[in-house]
Design a protein around this ligand. Structure first.
Ligand code: C2E
Ligand code: CA
Ligand code: CA
Ligand code: CA
Length: 273
């Protein structure tokens, strides 16, 4: 019994430390939103599977903490969501990504949080931003996860509908990790599915991931959805995906996320001209 109690005490202490660390990050994130050199948007190029031409880039948020160094979005995005900071962060990324999209001849993709999508004002806010920038909505793709789309209020679907009416393209992120059916995606009228990198990782291990991806690609094609494979790290994976008929590839094999200036170089754009 006493051992059980002390285990609990240790657990309680760890919880405490964890909560404290979380609160620290939350506070620092508020400060980062005020500063302008801590938060940066990097872009990971996306290529056509056939021909390997750059067709797009995904905006990925980066935070350089003044003392702790780089903090990964997998850590700070969930904290931002809980702390009510995600909408400000999201707006920042979207604005930055739009200004890049206006200078680049490729589609720019931006991740949208479930919290943002549940806000009834989201689509209107995006429309307002586009109007103020003079941005062509067809140049932007918004990525959202299956779980972000499964809210009971129907608010997410309303937003998706309004965004699509503006001409924005919608991609389902991390596809295969949630529970949505392709028929639901068709009803939502999305444009693209991004096949989660866990499937690509399983290629060649004999656990059937190739068959799953092949089935996803074929069903997507039958319903006129585009497919992007995430996390492509090897030539063998890329070749296999291309043969399967996957439309686009993204991953370290082709390029890691890079600062915007490097995308300029990649595209042969001289921003000062
Ligand atoms: P995600 O949307 O699935 O983004 C892809 C992640 O995979 C990125 O991690 C990217 O750097 C990483 N990645 C790319 N190629 C490879 C590869 O070949 N192998 C492996 N193992 N990983 C690869 P990152 O940048 O750390 O972002 C993590 C997640 O944080 C994103 O996952 C996204 O869910 C979220 N996130 C990032 N930026 C934003 C943002 O501006 N807003 C929101 N709401 N979420 C964001
Ligand atoms: Ca994404
Ligand atoms: Ca993803
Ligand atoms: Ca992810």
């Amino acid at each position: 019994k006493s051992a059980g109690r002390s285990r609990y005490a240790v657990f309680g202490k760890e919880m405490d430390t964890m909560l404290q660390a979380r609160r620290g990050i939350e506070q620092d994130l508020r400060a980062a939103l005020q500063a302008d050199d801590q938060l940066q948007v990097h872009y990971q190029p996306i290529y056509s599977a056939a021909g390997r031409k750059i067709t797009g880039a995904e905006a990925l948020l980066r935070w350089r903490h003044p003392e702790k160094g780089w903090i990964a979005p997998d850590i700070f995005i969930p904290i931002a969501e809980e702390a009510g900071l995600i909408e400000r962060l999201g707006e920042r990324v979207l604005r930055e990504a739009c200004t890049r999209a206006m200078a680049w001849p490729i589609t720019v993709a931006v991740n949208v949080s479930a919290i943002e999508l549940r806000n009834p004002a989201y689509a209107k806010r995006v429309a307002k931003l586009f109007f103020s920038l003079g941005m062509d909505a067809r140049r932007l793709e918004l990525e959202m996860t299956e779980s972000a789309l499964t809210d009971n209020s129907g608010q997410c679907e309303e937003n998706v509908k309004a965004l699509r009416e503006m001409g924005i393209r919608i991609a389902i992120d991390d596809f295969g990790t949630g529970f949505s059916s392709l028929s639901r995606l068709q009803r939502l009228d999305v444009d693209r599915i991004k096949i989660d990198r866990s499937f690509v990782k399983g290629f060649g291990t004999g656990n059937g991931d190739e068959a799953i991806v092949q089935a996803i690609v074929e069903l997507a094609r039958a319903t006129a959805l585009k497919t992007t494979a995430e996390g492509v790290e090897t030539d063998a994976q890329a070749t296999c995906l291309e043969e399967m008929g996957c439309d686009n590839l993204q991953g370290y094999l082709l390029s890691p996320p890079r600062p915007a200036s490097e995308i300029d170089d990649l595209l042969g754009i001289n921003p000062s001209s």
